[in-house]
Design a protein around this ligand. Structure first.
Ligand code: SD4
Length: 324
């Protein structure tokens, strides 16, 4: 198990706080440390997104505002073909988006199979804040978004329409789910008050069956947090993440005393154990605890996460199971 990267990348080691004597002081002291150094982490090398979120945190904005604005950067990025505008369509040519958000008070909002709205994360936040529900789907989610003032937009780019039409000629469906084909963004932020919020947003797997929903908008699968403990986000084969309720599992493992790194490793191992075909797909997790410590683990090497910490933006290679 390679822990070098973890140690190197752990937020607090950067300020030289690693002795147990410091951590054995009161929780209040730990929170005071995080107060000085907010941190933003995200799946994949989405440094523009973590920079947006981290800069907001350093200006004193809340973790909730920072995660929303952070992931919106990727929802608008046309080069990112797995999130928001420019996302890959399903096999019938529909771009359908999934997203969820969680606030430090444990509240959550989610949208699934949402079409024609560039920022599903903001609709998910409205579901959380303006309705008594957690999740809205499809046509109802779209109607709600329009009522809330969101504008409809065609999200299918000319480039992807062409690729989809070419795909229709063969109609071969084998989700290529290795490292080169991932772009889903899951983000966790710890603000200066020591509060954690999280967001996850995606267009899911390209050429999926019309109606398919992945892990990303499912609270406990693509995202989970408990503000007393920490949070986790997942990316990769959504079906595998859902079946192991990966993000919830990681937070519960941290509650039992595991570090974010140990918790991510165990969550990946559980997925592998139940899925003999694990070599054919990627699953990756990133976790953040209340101390600002970060962990990450994945099946295939090549997954990295972006971090914004103390004004510095970095790309951090995750340890992997198949790398050993
Ligand atoms: C899904 N987990 O819909 C997403 C896919 C993903 O980068 O992570 N893509 O299954």
């Amino acid at each position: 198990m390679k822990r070098r990267n973890f140690i190197k990348n752990t937020a607090l080691t950067g300020v030289g706080i690693s002795s147990t004597s410091v951590f054995s002081k009161s929780i209040l002291n730990e929170l005071n440390m995080t107060q000085k150094y907010p941190v933003a982490v995200a799946t994949w090398n989405f440094q523009n997104a973590t920079k947006m979120a981290g800069t907001m945190l350093e200006k004193g904005n809340s973790a909730l505002d920072a995660v929303e604005k952070g992931v919106m950067v990727e929802e608008s990025n046309l080069k990112n073909t797995t999130v928001g505008d420019g996302g890959a369509p399903d096999r019938d040519g529909n771009v359908t988006l999934d997203a969820c958000i969680m606030s430090p008070d444990g509240n959550a909002g989610s949208v699934v199979y949402l079409k024609e709205i560039e920022h599903p994360i903001s609709v998910a936040r409205k579901v959380m804040e303006e309705t008594p529900h957690v999740m809205l789907a499809g046509e109802g989610a779209l109607q709600f978004a329009i009522q809330q003032g969101f504008k409809k937009k065609n999200l299918l780019t000319e480039e992807y329409e062409k690729a989809w039409k070419e795909w229709l000629e063969h109609k071969e469906y084998k989700p290529i789910i290795n490292i080169e084909n991932h772009d889903t963004i899951g983000m966790l932020c710890l603000d200066e008050k020591g509060d954690i919020a999280g967001a996850c947003t995606t267009s899911g797997l390209s050429y999926k069956i019309n109606g398919r929903v992945g892990d990303s908008p499912i609270i406990g699968a693509g995202l989970f947090l408990d503000n007393e403990i920490g949070g986790a986000v997942g990316t990769g084969m959504g079906e595998a993440i859902m079946k192991s309720v990966g993000s919830f599992l990681i937070v519960e493992l941290m509650r039992q005393g595991k570090s974010p790194q140990e918790a991510c490793e165990e969550a990946v191992m559980r997925t592998i154990k139940k899925a003999p075909n694990y070599k054919d797909f990627q699953v990756a997790y990133v976790a953040l605890n209340k101390k600002g410590e970060i962990g990450s683990y994945c099946i295939h090497k090549g997954f990295s996460y972006a971090k914004f910490y103390k004004g510095e933006s970095t790309d951090n290679l995750s340890d992997s199971y198949l790398d050993e």
